[in-house]
Design a protein around this ligand. Sequence first.
Ligand SMILES: [Zn+2]
Length: 255
Amino acid sequence: MIKLWRRWREARIVRRHPIDERDWQMVLAQLPLLARLTNKELARLRRMAILFMHEKEFVGVGGQVLTGNMALLIALQACLPILNLGLHWYRGWRSILVYPSAFRARRTLTDNHGIQHHMNEAMLGEAWQQSGVILSWSATATAGIIDGQNLVIHEFAHKLDMLNGEADGFPPLRPGMSVADWTQAFTQAYEHFCQQIEAGAPTTLDPYAAVNPAEFFAVVSEVFFETPQILHDSYPAVYQQLARFFDQYPLAHTP
Ligand SMILES: [Zn+2]
């Protein structure tokens, strides 16, 4: 009964807040990231984005004015990782704050040696356990460039990671996934990556991924959706785990 009611309610929201076809085409052109999706998947993403925009609160701060197109651009990227998981994976929080550009944040960060760093620095994005996500528009607007970096996916990957406590690179796995396989794939890859960084060797991932396992998970999630081949070539086991976690297979030859 509750399920039926929810379906009815969602259908009503989607009906009442349609995305104009011109806006839709414009946003698709801005997001080459979505080009690999089938028409069916795109239709589901479009519906999910409408529900997402209805459920969440978009707030422009620091003088940032938010247009419908901007909210849609954020919503589509945020919903891409949960396309096959469901919107309930973003439950328990509401706001998305958008600054014009980098914002200053004071925070404490624990590195992989357990040392705490107190920082007051310029940041492009942040995810909070209880409240929501903060993004800078300047870094969000570059989503049209396929370079393996995607601020929205990065911050929303942290939100998935926070579903079972503090972000630690270990989100709640989907049924049928093996904790041991996940842990082995991520631990080996993270250790290897940190060794590369310490040795000053060139890396295919953003060096920021070495900060801690939570950042590693967020960075490889960006790469998984933006440049999956690079992740598959560097860390195939991590690619496989992410494909199972997101239930998406961006490389056609890996079913
Ligand atoms: Zn991060």
